[in-house]
Design a protein around this ligand. Structure first.
Ligand SMILES: NC(=O)c1ccc[n+]([C@@H]2O[C@H](COP(=O)([O-])OP(=O)(O)OC[C@H]3O[C@@H](n4cnc5c(N)ncnc54)[C@H](O)[C@@H]3O)[C@@H](O)[C@H]2O)c1
Length: 447
């Protein structure tokens, strides 16, 4: 099939590449010429495991091309996937200007039947706006060409995006047009090995499903973070509680990890946008408002622990920071809790030495000018002479470190762990002062 993907970011690039992997002829369009240049020179602009190899393979097979040429891109694909950004507007609602512009471009240049597919996360009712935008353009041109608009929200996780796309749990297709549904079935059927997992519904329900899914996951995280705060106060260990409730099949283990708060390009903006949609429709989404407030508070929990240990004035203190991206296996720094933590620690005068396995170039860009912050090229280099080690992101390489080196390098053996990577009892045995999330008082009580 001939496919165009509009917007070559995390979602667009993974979508285009995985579709090419199945034998489709894919053109990926972006308005960012620098991004397209990197791709044309054989690189990729993001860190995503397995993606570079797949891009390289499909480019050399001639199935995957990158361009900034809007007319050529619109002409190429019968299917036009829109994967542009939908950042929060000032009031928290999703800004649709990139989606509408992408749709208008299709309307301006199409010469035959197109299926325009919203893959970006867009509020309920956007498919109608996309339809209107394209119809407007066709009217202005004085032509009548058939087209369909489909909502096909994306559920990939950064860090496991290729795997998620290649083996989807389900594909949501919001469509009312039979021909478009047939084409969507055809394009996705190679991704289902044993049985089809396509859920066809109306466009509004499809759009809503994406927000509902992200909001549910954010709710689980905020709920656990809140319980972790209480666990500390009452002398319980949230990690034991997590296992205790996760073993109930009605609850399950996923997304129950307490930590430094959720971040990234999706949960924060999608929770905000759904709250805004609720308000616009006269429904106060009180649970989600609490989810958001709990998350804002959680981003400060590590700083609170550091202040409780070292005092409000951190001038003269040096801290080693491990992990900067909002989660492991990505270089995405959007809404990363590390940004809040670093700003708060720097404001109190701390000297910060940060290390991240892949997000350092992006972190340098977004944290430029933060006073007292420097970047080092190994976890060990961050430690030398620091007052404490602060763990913000749970990269694999931090999970089994050499604790003797940590003790030898730090001025005093203090670990503030925002991801509960280590066992408090082990830390106690090793003579390391350990502050986890929702578990430190449990240890104190046992002593
Ligand atoms: N990142 C994720 O993990 C993820 C997962 C699921 C859904 N989503 C959703 O997918 C959408 C895209 O997210 P992303 O993280 O890939 O964004 P991104 O910022 O990485 O990429 C968006 C790209 O679109 C390009 N663009 C903007 N306007 C354009 C236009 N008119 N024509 C062509 N290109 C244009 C931008 O230059 C940019 O490269 C968002 O709605 C997001 O909520 C993201």
């Amino acid at each position: 099939m001939k496919i165009t993907v509009i917007g070559t970011g995390y979602v667009g690039l993974v979508t285009g590449t995985c579709l090419a992997e199945m034998g489709n002829h894919v053109v990926c369009l972006d308005v960012d010429a620098a991004k397209i240049r990197i791709l044309e020179e054989g690189g990729i602009p993001i860190h995503e495991p397995g993606l570079l190899e797949m891009v390289t393979r499909n480019r050399s097979a001639g199935r995957l091309q990158f361009t900034t040429d809007i007319v050529a891109a619109v002409n190429h694909g019968t299917l036009q996937f829109i994967g542009v950004g939908t950042p929060p507007d000032e009031d928290g609602s999703a800004d649709l200007k990139y989606v509408i512009e992408a749709a208008r471009n299709v309307g301006r240049h199409m010469t035959d039947y197109k299926v325009v597919i919203d893959k970006s996360t867009v509020p309920v009712g956007t498919a109608d706006k996309v339809r209107t935008a394209i119809a407007d353009e066709l009217t202005q041109r004085g032509v009548s060409i058939d087209f369909a608009v489909v909502s096909n929200p994306e559920f990939l996780k950064e860090g496991a995006a290729v795997e998620d796309f290649m083996r989807p749990d389900r594909i949501i297709v919001g469509a009312e047009d039979e021909r478009a549904i047939l084409l969507m079935r055809a394009v996705y059927s190679p991704f289902f090995r044993s049985h089809e997992r396509l859920l066809v519904m109306d466009t509004r329900s499809a759009e809503f499903t994406k927000y509902a899914a992200n909001s549910m996951l954010a709710t689980r995280i905020s709920f656990m973070n809140e319980l972790a705060l209480l666990a500390e106060k009452v002398g319980a260990d949230i990690e034991l509680v997590r296992k205790g409730i996760g073993s109930d099949p009605r609850i399950g283990y996923q997304f129950l990890y307490p930590g430094a708060g959720y971040g990234g390009s999706c949960f924060p903006k999608d929770v905000k946008a759904l709250i805004k949609t609720g308000r616009g429709s006269g429904v106060e989404l009180q649970v989600l408002q609490a989810v958001e407030a709990a998350n804002e508070r959680q981003k400060h929990v590590l700083v609170d622990k550091i202040v409780a240990r070292f005092g409000e004035d951190l001038s003269g203190r040096e801290l080693a920071l491990w992990g900067l991206s909002f989660k492991p296996n990505t270089d995405d720094m959007r809404e990363a809790p590390s940004r809040v933590i670093i700003a708060e620690l720097a404001r109190r005068g701390a000297k910060l030495r940060a290390y991240d396995p892949v997000a350092m170039p992006e972190a340098r860009r977004v944290l430029e000018g933060v006073s007292g912050l420097s970047f080092v090229d190994s976890p060990a280099a961050a430690l030398a002479g620091a007052d404490a080690l602060v763990i913000i992101t749970e990269w694999k390489e931090f999970k089994s470190p050499d604790f003797d080196t940590i003790k030898a390098q730090l001025k005093q053996p203090v670990i503030v762990d925002g991801r509960n990577l280590y066992e408090p009892q082990l830390m106690d045995t090793l003579g390391i002062e350990y502050h986890g999330i929702g578990r430190s008082s449990a240890l104190a009580n046992r002593r």
